[in-house]
Design a protein around this ligand. Sequence first.
Ligand code: GDP
Ligand code: IMO
Ligand code: MG
Length: 425
Amino acid sequence: MPVSVIVGTQWGDEGKGKITDLLSRDMDMVVRYQGGNNAGHTVVIKDATFKLHLIPSGIFYNNVMCVIGNGVVVDLGVLIQEIETLKAKGFAVENLRISSQAHIIFPYHRLMDKAQEKKLEAGRIGTTSRGIGPCYVDKYNRRGIRVSDLYNEKIFREKLAWNVIEKLFMLNKFYNMKTELSVDEIINEYSGYAVALKKYVVDESSTLVDEAVAKNKNVLLEGAQGTMLDVDHGTYPFVTSSNPTAGGACVGSGIGPKAIGAVIGVVKAYVTRVGSGPFPTEIPGKVGEDLREKGGEYGATTGRPRRCGWFDGVVMRHASKVNGLTHLAVTKLDVLDDQEKIQVCVAYEYKGKRINDFPTDIHRLAECKPIYEEVPGWQQDTTKIKEYADLPQKAKEYLEKLAGLANAKISLVSVGAERGQIIRI
Ligand code: GDP
Ligand code: IMO
Ligand code: MG
């Protein structure tokens, strides 16, 4: 079976964790390819809820090798905590692998993230304050510290010393933060992490992935965030600092595009966004708030309330194009069960003209108004349905409309958070 990619098609939190877990049953390997612990991927197995930030969502199957790929930025303390939590709940976590090429998040990255946000004031991005952006900046500035560096004391100290001096200068002089950072203390703390994680670290993680592909194993590449948070294709600058889109899956796992056979876009039946930035179909007032309560739309990482909006077909088309989606997994259909009427955005109006393509310039986007088509709700409980044929007719029509806007085939419909609440088509 070819390699598959799981990608968020909106602003994150589409239900990638649930879909990855579901598909992992048939996988040999799951690779997280970008982002860090800004992600929060929820997996619900019976009455137990797991929120994963760094470990791939295939970890609940003992036979699946779970790789934190080279494209991920890793907060080692958070990772150790996550491993411990899973172990305490009876999961062995034996099959975890961490790429030695993954970059490490340090305390100064978190401080820089917070300082930048404070400085931006009204224009702040609303980051998760996990240090993601500053860590990727160091990576691309070729100043980053990778997992492999932890195991070379001389190089680690040298690189860290430079970074600490530079960041202290920025934090204290430019951001007025009055901060202290000790190289020795960081080395002490991180050396402990290095020992604890050593057994999971692999050199050449791309070789590991390549070997699995060569042996015709089933490999799933798990994206974090979503297309509209992509640093190139999203609502820049209100984005994250990596490429969640399908191209990022190649880079972040070390695999060539020819190996990829399926790109599965995870699509929430409506849209949510955490943090600031444009959101054309956002629903103001009570309707949006009701959707938030019904859908439990609070961040899995920061607990922040998610902004809620109607399904956006322009965003969907954009996601379909930049990811080359082959399949769709529609989630949270059940959250719309009570709606009498549902709005679907089919295009935008820009300066009096109808446009179908997503404007990636946010100033143009700010002038766009959604053009809605109203569809009747099905007003029936879908949470126990297992077969597509048993869905209410109006729910099927809604799904067909979404698939038409995406120009891709729906292969999964999720009707509840629990692992078993799924319709396979
Ligand atoms: P991710 O970041 O894309 O993995 O998504 P999150 O885990 O942050 O957010 C999705 C939320 O919706 C989680 O609380 C899931 O348990 C929940 N969820 C996933 N699929 C469904 C579904 O079909 N119906 C309902 N009601 N909840 C779902
Ligand atoms: P998952 O994988 C939703 C958002 C933040 C902020 C912007 C930049 O669970 O879908 P960052 O900390 O990355 O610099 O923040 O991106 N963001 C997410 N929103 N789901 C996520 O991950 C997100 N990861 C980052 O809220 O707007
Ligand atoms: Mg999430």
